[in-house]
Design a protein around this ligand. Structure first.
Ligand code: NAD
Length: 308
């Protein structure tokens, strides 16, 4: 199949492009390199530089496609709180423009990267897809609006749509600046022999899912997706930030994690774990054990240190 990946120069997009090529698909990447880097795009993928908000500048350079996988987004929660209009433009209007572009390119399928942020501070764990959503930040709302646009558009235009609510994704090539994932930030600090900083008491838990598993989810059942649906991509396994620090410190061959506690960040949810049951009924399970994913991620950050 010809797969168009927006945001393919980013963290998750880099894993997805690689796996799609490995599975024998033809891959075209659209990215404006705002956050992503060209080196993340595999050589055998076609790269078309472009902004999702301005498809008129790049659409004629793309051959007809079978599937659009839409990852390009504004992903920072604090940025969205500071500039909710720009967040809305990139995440909601950007998705709508990609839906219209997908139609022009003849795509029969559209897949969206959404987020566990749509659930907000929900105490009924693990979070199931049929819970009513209640985001606590603009980012969660713009992602939810994007979900609704995709489902409505799919119904109207007979497109097969799948939406993935991603838990906390980690793996090689994740950024550490800005709102970097905690695993990437810890790995970089350990590789540079810096002290870790834990916000809050460190007992807060997250559901960490390995980037390659997320890539597998996006490519799952392309031949036969079934009815439009929303699926969590997660492990349903809570891990506390302190446990994470201790595990990574052992990988870095330190006796114990050296960390200092910092104030809780505004808007941080204490516990987040998602239900994997619906995705499993759809035939998808995240397979990478945390220990294995962390070892691969640690190796990547350690190697990066030597490359500097
Ligand atoms: N990383 C996570 O833990 C996580 C969790 C939940 C959801 N998600 C979602 O997954 C998707 C990918 O996230 P990521 O972590 O790989 O982020 P990322 O920032 O590494 O990748 C996003 C990519 O989109 C590109 N991009 C941004 N704005 C663009 C625009 N206007 N036009 C074209 N390209 C643009 C960036 O340059 C970047 O390459 C996002 O939709 C994000 O909301 C990520």
């Amino acid at each position: 199949m010809h797969v168009l990946i927006t945001g393919g120069a980013g963290f998750i997009g880099s894993h997805l492009s690689l796996l799609a090529l490995e599975q024998g698909h033809r891959v075209t990447v659209i990215d404006n390199l705002n956050q992503g880097v060209k080196e993340n795009i595999p050589n055998s993928a076609q790269f078309v530089y472009g902004d999702i908000l301005q498809p008129e500048h790049w659409i004629d350079k793309v051959d007809p496609v079978d599937v659009v996988i839409h990852l390009a987004a504004q992903i920072s929660v604090p940025f969205a709180e500071r500039d909710p209009l720009e967040d809305l433009r990139l995440n909601a209007e950007g998705t709508l423009k990609m839906l219209l572009s997908a139609k022009r390119l003849g795509a029969k399928q559209f897949r969206l990267a959404s987020s566990a942020a749509v659930y907000g501070n929900e105490s009924r764990l693990p979070l199931k897809e049929d819970l009513s959503v209640n985001p606590i930040a603009f980012y969660g709302w713009s992602k939810y609006l994007a979900e609704r646009y995709v489902l409505h558009f799919a119904e109207l235009h007979d497109v097969e749509a799948v939406i993935f609510r991603l838990a906390n994704v980690y793996g090689p090539r994740q950024r550490t600046q800005g709102e970097g994932g905690v695993i990437a930030v810890f790995c970089e600090a350990l590789a540079q022999n810096r002290r870790l900083e834990i916000h809050g008491d460190g007992a807060q838990t997250r559901d960490f899912v390995y980037a390659k598993d997320v890539a597998r989810a996006f490519l799952h059942r392309l031949a036969e997706p079934g009815p439009a649906g929303v699926y969590n991509v997660c492990t349903e396994t809570p891990t506390s930030v302190r446990e994470l620090a201790a595990f990574l410190a052992r990988l870095a061959q330190k006796d114990e994690a050296d960390f200092r506690l910092a104030p809780t960040r505004a808007g941080d949810i204490h516990d987040s774990v998602l239900s994997r049951r619906k995705a499993e009924r759809w035939g998808f399970t995240a397979m990478t054990p945390l220990a294995e994913g962390l070892a691969l991620t640690w190796k990547y950050f350690l190697d990066q240190q030597f490359l500097k």
